[in-house]
Design a protein around this ligand. Structure first.
Ligand code: FES
Ligand code: FE
Length: 446
């Protein structure tokens, strides 16, 4: 590291004592280092299969700070490539989404097929014959790709474990966000993506979604006006009837993931939620009953929020969606929110959810504005020379004998705790020190 005033990794991240240096949120050398050490190895979410239903469909996404193309090739297979021409690096695709049979580079017109092969090179015979190996000059493909219940994940590391191993025991929590509301596996679709820049380091957002329930006072204004999914029925703020009697749990996983979920009591019953809209009421009641019948005991677990290391988060209830916190600079993040619905939900339900998403989340959403304000002012107040000498405090529940919950795998507590954040930064430190996969998955310390 070039900045000699910055201590080594142990001085930056002390999860035993509960201190994390502010340098992680503002320093440009660390930022460059994490693009190299974290984002070229971890599994990253690039999109959802519903965004590219037909052969030739593409959606330009990101992995770390780089542009990638997620496309369905002409054989129907999903591919993810670096969006950069092998000739002089021009972006071969400058659109957010669309359909094509070929990606034609705008600069000198090399063309690539939807499975990434270099097909056309202008004046190939007269200028390149015998020199240019087309086989070796296709678009750069990710090392591994996984379609997990419709969500598309990729990694640049050929030695990375398979995605389900990477998820570890966080899987059942993420599943609740991806499965249909009536308990069928998968079956969701993306009905829109919000993209915006927020002036704070990407880890502020990821960390918040690990289960920082402690920040709820930030959302007091939202609670006061009651914009929860069932606000029309209740007067209790961000009310979610299925959560009403549930036991909340906070779970940290050795792979660096963290979640805040809830467990309903076995005798839980559906509570009327949409008294002014019979279509919605019937749909959500049906989903509730159906899920209970289909999953039995397992239907008691409800997702709230979670973060999959390093930069993918989810909102499991309403508004239900996935977030990708793309690093943009040490102090800015390109935030993407993918809004999810059941693909076969009635149009009126999808429409209701779409409007609710926009009101609640995203750049104009009322809760997201609260969160962003905290992150941006914390960033501004952490860039100064004096401020940078004082680490952030992560001592909540450290060493305290807090009640745990035995029902699910992972380190599970019955009260808010910063153990998920400590676990997340422990993992971050392991990536930054170039640890092997056994260490990154928390299987061993060495
Ligand atoms: Fe793409 Fe030259 S940069 S063809
Ligand atoms: Fe929040």
């Amino acid at each position: 590291m070039s900045n000699l005033t910055i201590p080594g990794l142990d001085g930056l991240v002390d999860t035993e004592k509960g201190f994390i240096s502010r340098e992680l949120f503002v320093d440009s050398e660390l930022y460059k280092e994490e693009l190299d050490k974290v984002f070229t190895r971890a599994w990253l979410m690039v999109g959802h299969e519903s965004q590219i239903p037909k052969n030739g469909d593409f959606f330009t996404s990101r992995m770390g700070d780089e542009s990638v193309i997620m496309c369905r090739d002409k054989a129907g297979k999903i591919q993810v490539f670096l969006n950069s021409c092998r000739h002089r690096g021009m972006k071969v695709c400058r659109y957010e989404s669309g359909n094509t049979s070929l990606f034609t580079c705008p600069y000198h017109s090399w063309t690539y097929t939807t499975d990434g092969k270099l097909q056309g090179v202008p004046q190939y015979r007269s200028l390149y014959e015998g020199q240019l190996d087309r086989e070796r000059n296709g678009l750069v493909s990710v090392a591994k790709l996984e379609n997990y219940k419709g969500t598309i994940w990729a990694t640049w590391d050929k030695d990375a474990p398979d995605f389900v191993t990477y998820l570890g025991d966080a899987k059942i929590h993420l599943d609740q966000a991806l499965d249909c509301r009536d308990g069928r596996e998968g079956g969701s679709e993306v009905i829109g993506v919000h993209k915006w820049i927020l002036p704070a380091n990407w880890k502020f957002a990821a960390e918040n979604f690990l289960g920082d329930t402690y920040h709820n006072p930030s959302h007091r204004s939202v609670d006061l006006i009651g914009i929860g999914p069932s606000a029309a029925a209740g007067k209790k703020g961000r009310r979610d009837n299925e959560m009403e009697k549930a036991q909340h749990i906070w779970v940290s996983f050795p792979e660096g993931h963290g979640v805040h979920s809830a467990v309903q009591p076995s005798e839980n019953e559906y509570m009327e939620s949409f008294l002014d809209n019979p279509v919605l009421e019937e749909y959500f009641r049906h989903c509730y009953e159906e899920r209970k019948a289909r999953l039995g005991e397992h239907s008691r677990l409800l997702p709230f929020v979670g973060a999959i290391f390093p930069n993918t988060s989810y909102h499991g209830r309403q508004p239900r969606g996935l977030c990708a916190w793309h690093p943009q600079s040490p102090t800015s993040t390109e935030a993407w929110r993918f809004f999810l619905v059941d693909a076969d939900a009635p149009t009126e339900v999808k429409d209701y959810l779409r409007r609710y998403y926009m009101r609640y989340s995203g750049p104009a959403g009322m809760t997201e504005q609260d969160d962003m304000e905290n992150w941006l002012y914390a960033t501004q107040a952490s860039t100064g020379t004096v401020a940078r000498r004082y680490p952030f405090n992560y001592q909540q529940s450290l060493g305290a004998d807090i009640p745990s919950y035995e029902g699910y795998a992972g380190s599970t507590t019955l009260q808010p705790t910063e153990q998920m954040a400590r676990g997340y930064y422990r993992t971050w430190k392991n990536y930054m020190s170039g640890a092997n996969w056994d260490v990154l998955l928390g299987r061993t310390d060495k």
